[in-house]
Write a protein that binds this ligand. Structure first.
Ligand code: AMP
Length: 467
């Protein structure tokens, strides 16, 4: 399928070919014709799927071909794209300017943490296209420096993340100021929790739905590996993993801003070029860190979930979860940055006893196996208890209870797969008639895994091997 066949105008086709885009990605193939027809759209797509062009190309076509409604007074924005973070806003704006380079579309990007002056100037001059983060947009609404009554198309990009970040009230305030009639609304989200569905029901008209990755799954070409380790030795293990191949660009996730700073400093002191990116950094610092990482000047970027949101790095080969995300869905977002465009990626998680519960939630959400591999010299002093002894809560990765005795050798671990301590965490409990049943049937669970094409030595992701 070609971009031409999607019905895009020559001025966009030219820009695309200049950028070297040859074929539309799956989300572009599905979304572009629907948006061009004027439908509201609910799109399930992660960063890295080409979602920006999926909404950007048809909305630029609309701006370039549909005349502006004649009105009085200064030019009002016609298209509004809302994004959760400044980085994503800048990125989306830059991408749209690239796709629209043969059009003259005045645009502005609006986010907090920087002075108001430039934004006010741009709004005063008048724009057709506005990319904004909700908080700063509300500031402008309160100052009456922006008039949203002429919006024809609204895009909610990474809607799940906007809600996670507490933007729902702001989004509702913004929506209340938009025209209700003849407005087209496009909502892009990696996941579809109930809150998103409600938002869609309330504010969208008969939306068409497209989905490029099944809900809550990550690309198939990513290997997920868990390294058990004592919390106190995580740093050492991280250094060991990074040193094993110092050339691999690696995004490391930490739980807190302070933690990411400390970790980046530790890595720098240990001879690894690293930078940290999080919400306490100034806009300039964040952009510098991201730029240095993209250019390869630093090999390791340590980030918090929120700061990393929407970071656009092509074909990032490795993500390391130094801390597991507090919310299982964030694992999907984190890993969405690797294995793009069919390239293979690696997702490593350093998991201590404190993280075992979070890992269980992730395994259940993904409904896929994860290889658990002890690294010689870093085995936890007390083997990690993956399960939960409470009756009825016995659902554990691996579908059974792992040994609890201190010092329990590998031989006693039900999932030991070979001499190097490999085993698999998987979401088999769901498919075995409930957690308790699964917990009582280790042998059966084991058979299922083999039937599923177990790969004890390789450790690639395997989908739902117990079915
Ligand atoms: P996005 O998911 O919008 O953040 O896009 C991810 C990356 O894919 C960006 O670097 C885009 O420039 C690139 N991209 C988007 N669509 C295409 C395409 N059809 N062909 C090649 N690259 C693309």
């Amino acid at each position: 399928m070609s971009f031409e066949s999607l019905g895009l105008a020559p001025f966009l086709l030219r820009a695309l070919s200049e950028q070297g885009y040859e074929t539309p990605t799956p989300i572009q193939q599905q979304a572009i014709p629907l948006v061009l027809e004027g439908h509201d759209l609910l799109a399930g797509a992660q960063t890295g799927t080409g979602k920006t062009a999926a909404f950007g190309l048809p909305l630029l076509q609309h701006l370039g071909t549909a005349p502006q409604a004649v009105g009085h007074g200064p030019r009002k924005p016609r298209v509004l794209v809302l994004t959760p973070t400044r980085e994503l806003a800048t990125q989306v704006h830059d991408s749209l300017r690239g796709y629209g380079k043969h059009l003259r579309i005045p645009s502005a990007v609006i986010y907090g943490g920087v002075g108001m002056g430039n934004q006010l100037d741009a709004l005063r001059r008048g724009v057709d296209l506005l990319v904004a983060c909700p908080g700063r947009l509300i500031d402008h609404m309160e100052r009456r420096s922006v008039d949203l009554s002429g919006i024809e198309v609204l895009v909610l990009d990474e809607a799940d993340r906007m809600l996670d970040m507490g933007f729902l009230p702001s989004i509702k305030r913004i929506l209340a100021k938009l025209p209700k009639q003849n407005r087209q609304t496009l909502l892009f989200s990696a996941t579809f929790p109930e809150s998103i569905k409600q938002l869609a029901m309330e504010f969208m008209r008969n939306p068409r739905q497209v989905q490029v990755t099944p809900q809550n799954t990550v690309a198939e070409n990513i290997s997920h590996r868990v390294h058990p380790v004592d919390a106190a030795r995580k740093r050492e293990l991280l250094l060991h993993l990074l040193a094993a191949d110092a050339r691999v660009q690696t995004l490391v996730f930490a739980k807190t801003k302070h933690g990411s700073d400390k970790l980046a400093t530790f890595l720098e002191k240990s001879g690894v070029q690293a930078a940290a990116i999080h919400g306490n950094k100034s806009q300039g610092q964040r952009q510098r860190a991201l730029g240095d990482f993209k250019s390869g000047k630093v090999k390791v970027l340590v980030a918090t979930d929120i700061a990393a949101r929407g970071i656009d790095i092509d074909q990032l080969p490795r993500v390391i979860n130094y801390d597991l995300p507090m919310v299982a869905e964030d694992y999907v977002h984190r890993i969405g940055r690797t294995g793009r465009n069919g390239s293979s990626g690696e997702a490593l998680s350093l998991v201590s006893q404190e993280d075992a519960k979070l890992l269980r939630q992730i395994v259940r959400l993904l409904d896929r196996d994860m290889e658990i591999r002890d690294l010689p010299g870093f085995e936890p002093q007390v083997p990690i208890r993956w399960g939960n002894s409470a009756p009825g809560k016995a659902e554990v990765p691996g579908g059974e209870r792992a040994p609890r005795k201190p010092g329990g050798g590998r031989g006693r671990r039900p999932h030991a797969g070979g001499g190097d301590g490999q085993r698999h965490a998987h979401a088999g409990a769901k498919s075995h008639g409930g957690p308790r049943e699964a917990a009582r049937k280790p042998a059966e669970a084991g058979r299922g895994r083999r039937r599923g094409g177990g790969n004890p030595g390789g450790g690639g992701p395997r989908r739902d091997a117990t079915r």
